[in-house]
Design a protein around this ligand. Structure first.
Ligand code: PFF
Length: 450
């Protein structure tokens, strides 16, 4: 098989893991997980989430890794190379569209995090009441252009990193942002545990209330798990095409999944005890992070420092995920359209930012533009997380489990048979039957088809 040898991949194993974990750990873990879990039965959600993550997420991730590293191409080239003369390349296009769409609403919340770094640095979050925080937040997100400006600023930073390329951009920045992120989230969690009503929050997060878990909640757990792991749409596939050939893909996928799950749980531990200690409704939804945490910070000694640290953490998490999303269309433009990286980055960033501004404005001037009773942002999120990602997950299973030859898969996972792979049969069985059937059942059920 022909490989393009001039292609630059990750320099080191640590760099590869930092980049992959960087993609997985994001707003999904810190901003989304705590409120999705808290509105869907707390511990019961957590159990289902863990099951999906390890039983389905892990095999699908490993499949994406194997396909990506095998082909060492952008997503479109990957399917052209591995499935020539078939319609599989359409899946490549779908991935490019999904990644761009996710980034378009991801940039919205990422822009908010920048505003909150600014607010906490200028100490504007100090000495405010709960209502003040509510006002600060809602007037900011509905402002006619402030949120758009921060959104654009975030996309400029994302584009600037991607312009640096795989080693000098993605790897270089992930390598220091990810360790810092870990240190901050651990410090925040420890801090949160010292609050007086922290046990209530922990109980809420870990105690399973099955009566509150609905069919929609189960789909939300699957969608959340896929979104959080960045799987289901060939996004990790693109990153995997840069993993050095001698790295152990099984180990890497386990490490990435553990890191991702750990950060999600730590985020719950950092946020939920605080929610209870300050008597906030845990159902507060997506604004949890922007309303609750600023309140907690001002009760803490050196609260301003904590606030700045937290919002930097959130921005790092968002950035390392945003670059993985942007790399999908950019690598496509470079390799398929033969554009130079700076041009490819410029075009993709401009287009995605433009679309994204509509999402940002859907909390303000465009709030009346509703699709199925949701604003543009929520509709985009729902479409990507709950429909496109699970659907893509099924396609990955079918491609790796049914279309690809077992030997191809085995070669890639075992590094050309130099590693001993113990659970290969079980793995193929999950990939062929269990994972796609589970995903489809949940998807159809949630869509009201069964
Ligand atoms: N996994 C990221 C998060 O949890 O925030 C978001 C994400 C990145 C989703 C990349 C999908 C993706 F392809």
């Amino acid at each position: 098989m022909h490989h393009s040898n001039h292609r630059i991949g990750f320099k080191s194993k640590f760099g590869a893991i930092a980049a992959l974990a960087g993609s997985a750990v994001g707003l999904g873990n810190i901003w989304k997980f705590p409120y999705v879990a808290s509105t869907n039965g707390g511990g019961a959600f957590l159990l289902v989430y863990l099951f999906f993550t390890f039983a389905i997420g892990l095999p699908v991730m490993l499949a994406e890794f194997s396909i990506g590293r095998r082909a060492q191409q952008n997503i479109l080239g990957t399917f052209r190379l591995l499935a020539p003369g078939t319609k599989w390349f359409l899946f490549g296009f779908l991935s490019i569209i999904t990644a761009s769409l996710i980034l378009s609403f991801y940039g919205t919340v990422s822009g908010w995090t920048l505003e909150y770094i600014w607010l906490s640095m200028t100490d504007s979050l100090h000495g405010q009441s709960a209502e003040d925080f509510q006002t600060i937040f809602s007037s900011f997100i509905s402002h006619p252009y402030k949120a758009v400006l921060w959104h654009i600023a975030f996309m400029v930073i994302t584009g600037a990193i991607i312009m640096g390329g795989v080693q000098k951009g993605i790897e270089r920045y992930s390598k220091w942002m990810m360790p810092i992120l870990f240190i901050i989230i651990i410090a925040l969690s420890i801090n949160s545990l010292t609050l007086n009503e922290s046990s209530k929050g922990l109980k809420f997060l870990f105690f399973p209330k099955f009566s509150e878990l609905t069919g929609q909640g189960i789909l939300a757990a699957l969608g959340q798990s896929f979104f959080s792991l960045s799987i289901g749409m060939g996004i990790l596939l693109t990153y995997a095409s840069y993993i050095p050939k001698n790295n152990n893909l099984t180990h890497i996928s386990l490490q990435v999944i553990i890191a991702d799950t750990l950060v999600a749980i730590l985020a719950g531990v950092a946020i939920l005890p605080a929610v209870f200690s300050f008597h906030i409704d845990p159902q507060a939804g997506p604004s949890l992070v922007f309303l609750t945490l600023p309140q907690i910070f001002q009760e803490l000694p050196a609260g301003q420092l904590w606030a700045v640290l937290f919002f930097i953490l959130l921005t790092f998490a968002a950035l390392t995920s945003a670059i993985s999303l942007l790399e999908v269309p950019v690598s496509y433009l470079i390799e398929e359209k033969k554009l130079k990286r700076p041009w490819a980055t410029l075009i993709a960033t401009l287009l995605i930012t433009f679309i994204g501004c509509f999402n940002t404005l859907s909390f303000g001037p465009l709030r009346d533009a509703q699709i199925f009773g949701m604003n543009l942002f929520d509709a985009c999120d729902y479409l990507c997380s709950n429909i496109l990602l699970p659907f893509g997950g099924v396609l990955v299973c079918i491609f790796a489990g049914w279309y690809l030859q077992k030997s191809t898969l085995y070669q890639e996972i075992s590094n050309q048979e130099s590693l001993k792979i113990r659970f290969f049969k079980l793995y193929v069985f999950i990939l062929k039957y269990i994972a796609p059937v589970c995903i489809l059942l949940i998807l159809f059920h949630a869509l009201g088809l069964i």
